[in-house]
Design a protein around this ligand. Structure first.
Ligand SMILES: NC(=O)c1ccc[n+]([C@@H]2O[C@H](COP(=O)([O-])OP(=O)(O)OC[C@H]3O[C@@H](n4cnc5c(N)ncnc54)[C@H](OP(=O)(O)O)[C@@H]3O)[C@@H](O)[C@H]2O)c1
Length: 311
């Protein structure tokens, strides 16, 4: 039977917005629990969506949000930790509490979005915490979970390609840490489609799927690609290890850091998949070259309206 009422945790984020739109498109009713209603503005235009204010860390708010749903999609995650929100709390304790509460309330189905190469013995605190979060979900009794492990995700509002776009615009020479690290970026709409397919396919229960796009690029290739989209030619200065560490040490002290030493440790493993895109989802993922030119670098009147709408 099709799962119709879906609690989407982390639904206001970059991936969450695409997931909610996809769920609505396939006839479902998402319910989004958010700590900050103002972050849900772009979701409010979707028909049949319910947006509820509350913290997923508040057991009462979470229990209320779980009431009457058929399934849960968990997209809660952070790339940088802070004293107020450590990885342990967001990536390990939260999913453990979520599956416990789901078990108590009889909600069995969960699609959990983690990260490629998440492992308790991973090279960074980020990957270790994501790995332990996955373990908490796998060991929960009575929960029918599917775990999706994407490489870096790109899309119009991402914080990956847009970060580099922000760098290459003003800088003729781009100093780049981890320049030779390889990535297989996957399109946000493809990740959303996988969530949607997984919700109805019992064959995905108890499985984990690595999600990569069709192309593999070094970080330097990606920055060159972004510069090309913006009509710029840029020189990339690959920072040697100790300089990259120093740069990250400075950047991680800034508010809303763009890079930390832990991010550098995550890049010790290439963010690429060992196998092709999982056949169970029934489609081939889109390449960056097919999607990004549709939105990056365009400055027509429609794009000015888009910026207006997003505010
Ligand atoms: N973007 C990528 O390239 C990428 C790659 C691999 C895996 N992932 C994973 O995919 C998921 C979604 O990523 P995203 O890019 O959409 O992230 P995002 O834009 O930063 O959104 C994260 C969402 O999680 C919620 N959230 C953040 N911190 C929280 C906290 N401390 N407690 C409770 N809720 C919190 C936020 O909800 P409210 O603020 O509304 O409460 C927000 O909607 C994450 O788990 C991420 O790790 C992303």
């Amino acid at each position: 039977m099709k799962a119709r009422r879906i609690l989407v945790l982390g639904g206001t984020g970059f991936v969450g917005r695409s997931v909610c739109a996809r769920l609505v498109q396939s006839g479902r009713t998402p319910r989004v629990l958010t700590r900050d209603l103002s972050r849900s503005r772009s979701l409010q235009v979707l028909p049949c969506i319910e947006i509820v204010r509350g913290s997923p860390h508040d057991p009462d708010a979470l229990a209320k949000a779980l009431d009457g749903v058929d399934a849960v999609v968990n997209l809660v995650g952070i790339l940088h930790q802070s004293a107020r929100q450590p990885f342990e709390k967001v990536h390990v304790e939260f999913p453990a509490r979520l599956v416990r509460l789901m078990g108590e309330l009889g909600v069995r189905r969960l699609v959990h979005v983690s990260a490629l190469h998440a492992a308790a013995a991973g090279p960074s605190l980020y990957l270790q915490s994501r790995g332990r979060g996955e373990e908490a979900i796998r060991s929960a009794t009575g929960i029918e979970a599917t775990i999706l492990r994407p490489s870096v995700i790109f899309g119009r509002d991402d914080s990956f390609l847009n970060l580099f776009a922000g760098l290459v615009r003003p800088l003729p020479v781009v100093p780049l840490a981890g320049a030779s690290c390889r990535f297989a970026p996957v399109w946000v709409e493809d990740v959303a489609r996988c969530v949607d397919v997984a919700l109805d396919d019992p064959a995905t229960i108890g499985k984990s799927y690595d999600l990569c796009g069709p192309g593999t690029y070094t970080l330097a290739d990606i920055v060159r690609f972004v510069a090309g989209q913006l009509g710029k030619r840029r020189t990339i200065l690959a920072l040697p290890g100790p300089v990259a560490q120093l740069q990250a040490m400075v950047l991680e002290r800034l508010p809303g850091p763009v890079m930390t030493r832990d991010n550098l440790r995550s890049m010790q493993v290439d963010s690429v998949c060992g196998c092709g895109f999982p056949a169970v989802f029934g489609f081939a993922p889109a390449a960056m070259e097919a999607v990004v030119p549709e939105y990056m670098g365009r400055q027509g009147p429609r794009d000015r309206y888009d910026r207006f709408r997003s505010r």
